[in-house]
Design a protein. Structure first.
Length: 237
């Protein structure tokens, strides 16, 4: 990964606990959909966040960071960005990182499965495939605990209407009576909708425990292990 300085262009709220951070780069960054960057707090403190945008936007990077007050790792990064924005200072990042990026040459249908802010990782891949005019079937499943954790839903519903090969499926675990979509567990929703996953490339992000459970469940549905990707697999066996 290469270290580079970048400006903090804006910080806005996507939800009460999810922040959108936009970074401006002086030089274009070459990266692949699904990769991440490291925010360098200091030499011993580097924090990883998925890049939310497609590689076509390579002089402005977008991050979606879930940060409650209790989450010192993420909130510490937000405070670092806020200080830089307020003072007109640059931040240092190292990028790109990660081997769980989009396999663009694959002919297989694509299933994206994200829990919570793992959506950031799958968003980059979905954006890239749609921008390229991908003709492969593309499914984006996003599981959250409550409806309030969803954002940009109207955009993705519009994309699903625009592209015949794209399906967007938000899944709410603790859904209210007003919720019109799928409810319950993300993994269960995927298992219910697919008879077999043998022919799919699967990209998965979220809490390590969830990603591990998804892998085991999808294997029982015929998943070919080598065709499932996620940064979590660098840390769990």
């Amino acid at each position: 990964m290469q270290a580079t300085r970048c400006s903090v262009k804006s910080i806005t709220n996507l939800t009460e606990f999810v922040f959108k951070v936009k970074l401006g780069l002086e030089q274009a960054l070459s990266f692949k959909a699904g990769q991440y960057l490291l925010l360098v707090i200091d030499e011993k403190d580097k924090r990883a966040f998925s890049i939310a945008n497609a590689p076509s936007s390579n002089t402005e990077l977008e991050l979606h960071i879930g940060a409650g007050e209790a989450d010192s790792y993420a909130m510490g990064a937000i405070k670092h960005f806020q200080t830089a924005l307020e003072n007109g200072e640059n931040v240092i990042i190292e990028a790109p990182g990660g081997n769980a990026h989009l396999r663009e040459d694959s002919p297989r249908p694509v299933l994206l499965a994200a829990g919570g802010t793992g959506f950031t990782y799958t968003k980059s891949i979905a954006d890239q495939l749609l921008e390229q005019g991908c003709q492969r079937p593309l499914f984006l499943y996003w599981g959250v605990r409550e409806e309030a954790a969803l954002y940009e839903v109207e955009h993705w519903q519009a994309m699903a209407e625009k592209y015949d090969n794209f399906s967007f499926v938000p899944v709410v675990d603790n859904a209210s009576a007003q919720w019109q979509g799928k409810s319950g567990n993300l993994i269960d929703a995927v298992l219910a909708d697919f008879d077999s996953l043998a022919d799919y490339d699967i990209y998965c992000a979220g809490r390590f425990e969830m990603v591990g459970k998804a892998r085991e469940a999808f294997l029982e549905k015929g998943l070919v292990l080598e065709n499932m990707y996620g940064d979590a697999f660098a840390f769990i066996k």
